[in-house]
Design a protein. Structure first.
Length: 656
């Protein structure tokens, strides 16, 4: 959203006081901000008591910028905190997951006792394959209980999981497996998408010739489809895991023991492995989950409608909610698997009380119509959350009115893979909310909005979001690339972490997130870099040069628009470049993922370049968003922008 638009939404009736029924019972009391402000580090030290430690920490924070250690002399086991302790406390019969498959006939309830049993068998199974503490294990799976069991089994053994989103292609698997030298891969034969079986193991098979150090591939039989089999390397989950003992004594690890890697897109073609460790991470995900979602473990049913392939799934499906011992819905399918009212049916059936999802999903559901929300009883909902991209006020209002029936607070939560947990958010029961604003820093977190020189801006002004003090769930760096960690996050502003987002403080001092200010795109809440897509495009034999921009899109937030020059002349191919464009889109899907398919590809005779040869993406973004063009005089060929602009209008029909 453009800065100027914000004020337009700040009319009196567009801010909502916390509902009275919330104020009385909210987990967060009005004093929470002051308490945390008095001594944020000590406050986090208190929060760490939510966890079960084998050795209680006596230290809280050691900070040598840009590296933090939290609770470093404490020892704990993440999987024990997520599972064993709830069973030990007598809550073994509580449902951990109502698992809902893509197909209507697939569902199962997994209690905390079942989960413990499954995690222990899986840990024993992984040990039998040779997995040890510190080993990296790639997990490439659909949204099935075994995916979570695999993560927790790795954590139990102190092995570092690296979950790779099931939508990624073989090449993307290769990059991620090699970068962190994963020796084990856990996958499934396939999954279901709108009732159809899709294949996953084929991508692992295609990746393996380039990953000779992978010793074992463990395969869950999900669909029963035919798969290729490599003896000695491939093992069925049911052969390795099912026969194991359901007893497994978990060892404790240091608080700073690595828990997982999550690859995310930066501003270069190479994804970076964001490292998270155990004690600080679990403290912040459990604390934020408790206060932001106001969870009551005995009665709430939480549904984070996200994929475990992204950090939202790690923090708010797996580690936060399980640390807090709540009941959740885990859904495998798409929003319209089995009909466009599927979500509302799931909410009705399982009496979901807390829903957390991305603006793209909200806008899609909005397009499908609020009539569908009224076909089902969704009055069990009491709190709604949004994450992953800026939420436009229209979508926020629709969410509040039609899903939350004007009764449920809406919390817009800003954070990143790197921050590990929620950083900026309203707190239900305390905060006034405004459609489209993430409002303020979570207790114990320090954020700032600064100008180009790193000076804090005043109310009513915009700038860059920075984080000036360490926080427990912050990344401990980029796997194998310490320099890149410093360069990317700690070099732009002296002494502060630069998030890459634009932000604004409104007249009341409340925070609005305005989207990325770097070459990172946000497509339906999926993070992709422009360079990554350019790299894939120039990898095609016909392409000479490519420039990619993220253009705003009504549904997906941003959409990919690519400008491409070809190596050979296809001017007289007679088909208006349509076949090569289709070929290029498929090439990107095969190289990265279908989510990276450009919405539009414009074949152009040249790209706008400065005299020093730099492509001016800013101008291309103006073209892609149909804006008036700025200064073009620094270009070697100023006329090219006009040419591209007219090509863009001719090809407007390429939009899907
Ligand atoms: C980027 C991080 C947070 C988990 C999912 C995405 C954007 C995230 C918001 C929000 C505006 C948001 C930012 C951020 N973003 N939440 N509430 N309002 N923008 O994690 O893939 O690491 O992406 O998502 O641009 O930098 P991610």
């Amino acid at each position: 959203m453009a800065e100027g638009q914000i004020e337009a939404f700040l009319t009196e009736e567009r801010s909502f006081a916390p509902p009275a029924h919330f104020v009385a019972h909210a987990n967060a009391k009005p004093t929470i901000y002051d308490e945390a402000d008095r001594d944020p580090v000590a406050w986090w030290g208190e929060q760490a008591r939510r966890l079960t430690w084998d050795v209680e920490p006596t230290t809280t924070l050691e900070w040598t910028r840009p590296y933090a250690q939290w609770f470093s002399d404490g020892r704990l086991n993440a999987s024990v905190n997520c599972v064993d302790r709830h069973v030990a406390a007598g809550n073994g019969e509580r449902v951990a997951f109502h698992w809902v498959g893509d197909r209507e006939e697939d569902y199962v309830d997994v209690t905390y006792r079942d989960l413990l049993d499954r995690v222990c068998r899986a840990a024993n199974g992984l040990s039998s394959l040779g997995v040890k503490a510190g080993d990296r294990v790639a997990i490439y799976m659909p949204m099935i209980p075994e995916a979570i069991v695999s993560m927790l089994a790795c954590a139990r053994l102190g092995a570092i999981h690296s979950v790779i989103f099931g939508g990624f292609a073989a090449e993307a698997l290769v990059d991620r497996i090699l970068d962190s030298d994963c020796r084990y891969v856990i996958t499934a034969d396939g999954g279901y998408r709108r009732g159809e079986a899709s294949a996953l193991k084929v991508n692992v098979d295609a990746a393996m010739p380039k990953c000779p150090d992978v010793a074992a591939v463990l395969v869950v039989k999900r669909t029963g489809q035919a798969v290729e089999w490599t003896p000695h390397r491939d093992h069925w989950w049911h052969d390795v895991v099912d026969s194991q003992s359901s007893e497994h004594v978990a060892q404790s690890f240091e608080a700073e023991h690595p828990l997982y890697l999550m690859y995310t897109s930066g501003t270069t073609a190479r994804p970076k492995g964001i490292l998270h460790t155990t004690g600080g991470y679990l403290t912040q995900v459990a604390t934020t989950h408790y206060y932001v979602f106001d969870v009551k473990a005995e009665t709430d049913v939480c549904w984070t409608a996200a994929d475990i392939g992204w950090v939202t799934g790690h923090s708010y499906i797996v580690y936060g909610p399980l640390c807090n011992g709540v009941t959740q819905v885990l859904y495998e399918g798409l929003p319209d698997s089995g009909g466009r009212d599927r979500w509302w049916r799931i909410i009705e059936k399982y009496k979901v009380s807390i829903l957390y999802t991305a603006p793209t999903a909200i806008r899609t559901l909005m397009k499908w119509g609020d009539e569908l929300t009224r076909l089902h009883d969704i009055t069990s909902l009491r709190l709604l959350g949004s994450v992953g991209e800026p939420i436009n006020p229209e979508a926020w209002m629709w969410y509040r009115e039609h899903v939350g029936q004007n009764r449920c607070p809406v919390v817009d939560t800003w954070w990143q893979t790197e921050t590990g947990a929620i950083m900026v958010t309203p707190l239900p029961g305390i905060s006034v909310t405004k459609p489209g604003a993430a409002m303020r820093a979570f207790p114990g977190i320090t954020v700032d909005v600064v100008d180009n020189d790193g000076v804090s801006v005043g109310n009513g002004e915009g700038g860059y979001l920075t984080l000036s003090a360490p926080w427990p769930a912050m990344t401990r760096g980029i796997w194998g690339d310490a320099e890149r960690y410093v360069d990317t996050y700690w070099s732009r502003f002296d002494g502060s972490y630069f998030a890459g987002d634009g932000a604004k403080r409104d007249a009341d001092g409340d925070l609005w997130l305005l989207g990325r200010v770097d070459d990172v795109m946000n497509i339906s809440g999926h993070r992709l870099s422009t360079t990554e897509v350019e790299h894939a495009l120039v990898g095609h034999e016909g392409v000479a040069e490519a420039a990619v921009v993220g253009a705003s899109d009504d549904t997906t937030g941003q959409a990919i628009v690519a400008f491409v020059t070809l190596k050979f002349s296809v001017a007289d191919s007679g088909d208006d470049h349509r076949s090569i464009i289709e070929d290029l889109r498929n090439h990107v899907a095969r190289t990265i993922s279908p989510i990276a398919k450009p919405r539009q590809i414009i074949i152009t005779p040249d790209l706008p370049k400065t005299r020093s040869g730099k492509i001016m993406r800013r101008l291309l973004r103006d073209v892609a968003e149909h804006r008036a063009l700025g200064d073009v005089t620094t270009l070697t060929d100023p006329a090219i922008v006009g040419v591209i602009d007219s090509l863009m209008s001719q090809h407007a029909s390429d939009d899907e």
